[in-house]
Design a protein around this ligand. Structure first.
Ligand code: CA
Length: 428
């Protein structure tokens, strides 16, 4: 996602609070609402909506009416949707909250890939077999991935968020740091009402506007939501068929490869150059194999995958588990651009399918850097002549590159992973 990294999709969101990956982009995620830096699909450019946020709320509402009308919203739709709607202070508070402490990725994954969630997912796969057969046939996205996303985004439809989407988005549109996001999403929400898929009272979601069982934000909904049960309405709230088909459609349109895996846990050869373990460093599976990368059990990779582009992922540095990630992993990131999220979906889907879990151990003694520590690290890197980018606490590509260069300069494995030991070292 992007726009910010903060609009995930779910209401449940809170579950997801970790994004070690840092957030990327500039467009909001597809879905919606996580609370933490998880992001949203990056592939969603904001609609071209003028931003107007001067003056008090009533004058904003009157001016934005003209904008909405210019975007094709009928006046009576706007007036009915915004009638009696006042800004919700809790929305702005949620938007401006920047957590000082992040949970480690292993805590997040343990919580998501839990025995309960695996068992519930399997039961629902069985109970919805005929529906999932048809969705797989139509979209080519496997049931395990879809049900994993469903389980993570809304607890399989149990926790979807109950806030008025119009009110949430009007609040974000009027004030705060995401007015462009809020306004483009608000126009999209009004289009949903105009289209008649749902009533204003039924248009509910997370504080960031993520809606329904798989937490679509309105712009994404308008592009990808599907009426799979054929009742004439795209009902991602009440219809599991519509919600799961919408997610499948989104993934398919993003570039999902039917039958492809997300990736594998791997082991690296001795002397592997950790600087190559970066999302931006892609080689074919064959090239990685030629460098000595193997599945964790020692096996090679499938014949069909030999020419697939892949990256090596070290979500907790060289001392933690290592993965090779393929195209479909990147497609999961278009749903929410967070390493924690991408791995959680992948591992939960594997678990429901009966594949073994992670073999290597997480460095559970490590403590992720807090926000102020991440800023301190970036400040020290800059003072030493590296270029970590803006000292904003987000450990993106520039910061990882600077960390690698610093690690190389002092003879440490250049995995780009910043932990408290590294911070201690650079502060000496
Ligand atoms: Ca429907």
């Amino acid at each position: 996602m992007r726009a910010t990294g903060k609009f995930g999709r779910m209401a449940v969101t809170c579950l997801l609070a970790v994004s070690l990956a840092g957030c990327a982009g500039a467009t909001p995620p597809v879905t919606a609402a996580q609370t933490a830096p998880a992001a949203a699909p990056a592939s969603e450019p904001p609609a071209a909506v003028p931003v107007i946020n001067e003056g008090d709320y009533q004058s904003w509402k009157a001016k934005f009416r003209d904008v909405a009308i210019s975007q094709g919203i009928r006046p009576e739709i706007y007036d009915a949707a915004l009638a009696g709607i006042e800004p919700d202070p809790s929305i702005l508070a949620a938007d401006s909250a920047q957590p000082e402490f992040n949970r480690p990725i292993w805590v997040y994954i343990d919580r998501i890939v839990s025995p309960d969630r695996i068992a519930t997912g399997r039961q629902l796969i069985e109970a919805n077999k005929e529906l999932l057969d048809r969705i797989e046939q139509r979209y080519g996205v496997d049931r395990y991935t879809l049900v994993a996303i469903w389980g993570i985004e809304s607890g399989f439809g149990r926790v979807m968020g109950r806030k008025s989407v119009v009110r949430s988005l009007a609040s974000l549109s009027y004030q705060g740091r995401r007015v462009a996001y809020g306004q483009s999403q608000l126009i999209a929400a009004l289009e949903i009402l105009q289209h008649g898929d749902v009533t204003r009272d039924g248009l509910v979601g997370s504080w960031a506007g993520a809606m329904g069982q798989t937490q679509f934000i309105p712009v994404t909904y308008n592009r990808y939501a599907a009426d799979f049960d054929g009742d004439g309405r795209r009902d991602v709230w009440q219809s599991t068929a519509d919600a799961l088909a919408s997610t499948a459609n989104y993934l398919k349109m993003s570039g999902w490869e039917t039958g492809g895996r997300w990736g594998y846990e791997v082991r690296l050869p001795k002397g592997f150059d950790y600087a190559q373990a970066d999302p931006a460093s892609r080689k074919t599976v064959r090239e990685w194999a030629a460098l000595g990368v193997r599945q964790i059990n020692g096996d090679g990779f499938g014949v069909k995958e030999q020419n697939a582009p892949a990256a090596i992922l070290l979500p907790a540095g060289y001392r933690g588990p290592t993965f090779i990630v393929l195209n479909n992993y990147r497609m999961i990131l278009t749903y929410n651009n967070s390493t924690s999220y991408g791995l959680a979906v992948s591992l939960l889907a594997d678990a429901m399918r009966g594949r073994p879990g992670i073999v290597a151990s997480w460095p559970r003694g490590d403590r992720p850097l807090s926000l102020s520590e991440r800023i301190a690290l970036q400040t020290r890197l800059a003072a030493k002549g590296y270029n970590p980018g803006q000292a904003d606490g987000i450990l993106g590509a520039n910061t990882r590159k600077a960390v690698r260069a610093y690690q190389q300069s002092i003879g440490l494995p250049a995995d780009g992973y910043a932990d408290s030991d590294l911070l201690d070292r650079i502060q000496q």
